[in-house]
Design a protein around this ligand. Structure first.
Ligand SMILES: [Zn+2]
Length: 432
């Protein structure tokens, strides 16, 4: 395949505008002009801006949700429509409300303690440590851990769990302060944070400054290859500035004298990568076979060609048509449909597809911080899970489809009255 020399999309139906001429801001990593659109999802509010009842008479800010790919480094990205400070200072997402995510965290901790031989003399730092969902397991095993998170409300929950947490944004400045204070961690953990970093170079430079000389950094992020192949357009929201391939992340780390030595493919968030990285000059950790395998897989898929990114938008539109088709059909037949979950990704789906109370009576969520509120933009009420038993709907639309097995199991009882589950992605599926 030809690398990066394909002509810009000339079949676009958009008028001559930024859709053809490119984004206003340059590539978040390499600064090149962004001229290649991956998908335009219209405009929607910030996906974690749940509304209280007394906000329903007010306007909501909507921002564009347009994904671009850089033709030099192949980083898939949004422009920074909203600042990180605005998004993350009072975050509604508490990691500990997902049972399967807690299991995932516990398994990771056990694995890393064994692999890196961590002891009470070691140090672990997690960037974007949320409510301490992960570091609590290090603390329980007597390994000193420090969390960093800019959201004071989740940090408070972490402290209550016994996890020391700094309420700060991470970058070069904080890394230098921590090094001066004697912190040189053996392990730095970054789970689902890299995607949310507006200033990628400042963040990765901070990791390189902070990491102990023989330390390991693990970073987890949804794999853009799975996002595109799996039609997971609802992974796109304003909080996710970047969407990474192994290809792109290796280049970004290399620019800061870090290098990937291993990678795991994980089922989380519809297919994620966990890269293990070290300082470039640390020769104690050889490159693994599975890293080489994944490099080959991406290469043969054409991850460094523009053609690879060109078919996504039409598949996304078809997913919308299929879901609306289904909803129109069952609503015409007088059926009741409710949602399960109010995740960030659900809000991208609901806003892009234009699904409001005309289709979903309500949705439910186990997170008490979301209950009693309304979904941003679409204003669907969020109720406690028990409401499904009272309402006895005909269909439950599962919004966090990545947790569908867990949810179908929890809601086993709805089969008593013949209710069925609907999963919208990768393609519309009804689970009887
Ligand atoms: Zn770039």
């Amino acid at each position: 395949m030809t690398r990066a020399v394909l002509a810009p999309d000339t079949q676009s139906a958009h008028p001559p505008s930024r859709a053809i001429h490119g984004a206003r801001q340059g590539c978040r990593f390499c600064g090149s002009a962004l001229t290649h659109s991956v998908v335009d999802l219209g405009a929607s509010p910030l996906c974690e801006s749940y509304l209280a009842a007394d906000q329903l008479n007010r306007m909501e800010p909507f921002y564009p949700l347009h994904v671009w790919v850089c033709d030099r480094c192949f980083l898939v990205q949004l422009e920074e429509y909203v600042s990180g400070e605005e998004i993350f200072s009072d975050y509604a997402y508490f990691s500990s409300f997902s049972v399967s995510w807690l299991d995932h965290a516990r398994r990771y901790v056990d694995q890393m303690i064994d692999r890196l031989h961590l002891t009470a003399a070691s140090k672990v730092v997690e960037v974007a440590s949320n409510d301490g969902y992960l570091l609590q397991y290090f603390v329980q095993r007597g390994i000193p851990a420090l969390g960093i998170d800019p959201a004071a409300n989740v940090a408070k929950a972490a402290e209550e769990r016994g996890v020391r947490t700094l309420v700060r944004f991470f970058g070069r400045e904080l890394a230098r302060e921590l090094v001066e204070a004697g912190e040189r961690p053996d392990l730095i953990v970054g789970n689902n944070v890299l995607a949310q970093v507006p200033d990628l170079n400042d963040f990765v430079a901070g990791l390189a400054i902070l990491l102990g000389p023989r330390g390991t950094i693990t970073l987890e992020f949804p794999h853009v290859h799975e996002t595109l192949v799996g039609n997971q357009f609802d992974q796109v929201y304003h909080e996710h500035f970047s969407y990474f391939s192994l290809y792109a992340v290796e280049r970004i780390l290399a620019a800061h004298a870090l290098t990937v030595y291993d990678v795991e493919r994980l089922p989380t968030h519809g297919g994620s990568l966990r890269v293990h990285a070290r300082h470039l000059d640390d020769d104690s950790k050889p490159v693994t076979g599975r890293l080489l395998d994944l490099r080959r897989l991406e290469q043969s898929a054409g991850i460094d060609t523009l053609a690879y990114y060109a078919t996504f938008e039409e598949r996304v539109r078809e997913t919308k048509r299929a879901l609306l088709d289904f909803l129109v059909r069952v609503k015409r037949a007088g059926k009741r449909v409710v949602g399960y979950g109010a995740p960030g990704k659900g809000n991208t789906l609901l806003n892009y597809c234009g699904i409001r109370r005309d289709f979903l009576d309500f949705t439910v969520d186990r997170n008490p911080h979301k209950q009693g509120r309304f979904t941003p933009g679409t204003r669907i009420p969020i109720l406690p899970p028990e409401s499904i038993r009272e309402a006895r709907p005909d269909f439950v639309l599962i919004l966090p489809w990545n947790l569908k097995s867990e949810i179908v199991e929890q809601l086993e009882y709805v089969r008593e009255w013949g209710c069925q589950f609907v999963v919208p992605i990768p393609e519309l599926t009804v689970i009887p």
